[in-house]
Design a protein around this ligand. Structure first.
Ligand code: SF4
Ligand code: SF4
Length: 463
């Protein structure tokens, strides 16, 4: 904050940069801690496990950048399928809007990679340095052999976990068995090495050192999410009508008789907060919606013999005694758009034919007349078999009566993922042509699966 105006000649200099105060979140137990731990284990299980999963003899999920293919559970996507990726990104964005409007920062509190990895780094820190008070004491104490040993072990563990994370990230782009073999034999390529080190250090830096700083200063989502909030959005809030006036008291004290609210001012909600804020000051952008303060306060309420929910999921409307409604226009808009995007994605996926055909007319010669008196045009076919099986194909041409199709070789076959260039000649009786340029449609069909048909239009030129 800027300093207030001072009399002339009495200048005050104040830094606009506030030095980071390390936050030591206290461990917390309760319903939302269980939900958060379950989310962390599930998401990390998926992230670390997927590269090892096999599907039809291949790695189930693999972004094969050199081959420009994306393998996804037996489905092979090509650059031509970019629209599917675009649809997925739109679904992700609309899903984020929908769930934020419905229940606030669910993503930040339970599923954001920054939250998930920070949680794991905190577990490791607690395991090696002890609870909150022990960590604070250790940090204040002078460097001793014991302190050095504990700190070195913690950073070694963080680094090992980060390196494993970097390895897993690269395994989404390089087959994992091959990557592991080349890692062990010190034969990694320069890009693999770069991304392994980069992603590993990003994990170590973000989850080990920067933690809440990423949410407070780097994440754009924290800044614009309020645009999706309204007075009926679920938020985590302190009930000040019930809690104030706050004050300490003995266990079991009747708040009303003591002239107090239910908040005993124990600061447990502040101590467990990973961003170090006091939820009692109202809704703040620093709140990532992790619900740790709900668990902590419910525990305190339980010990005091008070009802739970002094801090709870609620809405602005509910706090002001007004009715809250889940069914709101913005939810219908976000929900409608999300459903439409999911339907479009499903439709594109179902209608997708893993076969591509392109036809190019010979540029050197428009046409020629054969010895038999027919008009001949020469083309090149570009065929891409985007399926994960080999196919033999039949080629047909429509548009001119009696059109003769000839390819070299006569049998068209392509392996899974193969791109082929095949010369093709079309011959037609000149008397059947309607003009100098005639529309022709070519149809390529897999013999073992007629649904695999690709078609392309071209021109047949004559005199
Ligand atoms: S944990 Fe509950 S009782 Fe304790 S200070 Fe926070 S709001 Fe008050
Ligand atoms: S205020 Fe509560 S919900 Fe928000 S970040 Fe802190 S502990 Fe989590």
């Amino acid at each position: 904050m800027l300093a207030p105006a001072t009399p002339a000649g009495d200048e005050v200099q104040q830094s606009l940069y506030a030095k980071r105060q390390k936050i030591y979140p206290r461990e917390v137990h309760g319903l939302f801690a269980v939900l958060r731990i379950s989310a962390v284990l599930t998401l990390l299980g998926i992230f670390y496990g997927l590269p090892w999963l096999r599907w039809n003899g291949h790695q189930a999920v693999l972004f094969d950048l050199p081959a420009r293919k994306f393998h996804l559970f037996g489905l092979t996507l090509w650059p031509q399928d970019f629209i599917l990726l675009a649809a997925l990104l739109i679904i992700a964005a609309l899903g984020l809007f929908f769930f934020t409007a419905l229940a606030g920062r669910l993503w930040c509190g339970y599923a954001c990679p920054q939250t998930v990895w920070t949680e794991v780094f905190l577990w490791m820190e607690h395991a090696l340095e002890g609870d909150r008070l022990q960590q604070m004491k250790l940090d204040k104490s002078p460097m001793t052999w014991r302190k050095f040993r504990i700190k070195a072990s913690k950073h070694a563990l963080w680094l090992a976990f980060s390196a494993f994370t970097g390895f897993t990230f690269v395994a989404y782009f390089t087959p994992v068995a091959d990557l592991l073999h080349r890692l062990v034999t010190l034969d990694l390529g320069p890009w693999e090495t770069f991304w392994l080190v980069f992603y590993g250090f990003a994990t170590y830096g973000n989850a080990g050192w920067m933690r809440e700083q990423v949410c407070l200063y780097m994440c754009p989502y924290a800044r614009f999410q309020s645009a999706m909030f309204d007075d009926s959005t679920l938020i985590i809030s302190y009930d000040d009508k019930r809690g104030e006036p706050r004050g300490s008291r003995k266990r079991g004290t009747d708040s009303l008789r003591a002239g107090l609210g239910d908040c005993i001012d124990c600061s447990m909600c502040v101590q467990v907060c990973p961003t170090g804020i006091d939820i009692r000051k109202g809704l703040q952008y620093e709140c990532i919606g992790c619900a740790a303060c709900i668990d902590a306060c419910n525990d305190v309420m339980d010990k005091m013999g008070y009802a739970p929910g002094l801090i709870r999921y609620t809405t602005h409307n509910a706090l002001r005694g007004r009715p809250s409604s889940i069914l709101r226009p913005r939810l219908f808009v976000y929900g409608g758009l999300l459903s439409a995007a999911i339907a479009a994605f499903a439709w594109i996926l179902l209608a997708r034919v893993p076969l591509e055909l392109e036809v190019m007319h010979d540029r050197n010669r428009l046409y020629r007349e054969t010895d038999a008196g027919l008009i001949e045009n020469v083309y090149t076919l570009d065929i891409v078999n985007m399926d994960d099986r080999r196919h033999a194909y039949t080629l047909r041409a429509e548009g001119i009566e009696g059109l003769i199709v000839e390819t070299d070789p006569p049998e068209i076959e392509a392996d899974a993922g193969e791109m082929k260039k095949i010369p093709m000649r079309l011959r037609a009786d000149g008397a059947r042509l309607s003009g100098r340029s005639n529309k022709v449609r070519l149809l390529l069909t897999a013999r073992d699966d007629p649904r695999l048909t690709a078609s392309e239009e071209t021109r047949f030129l004559g005199p």
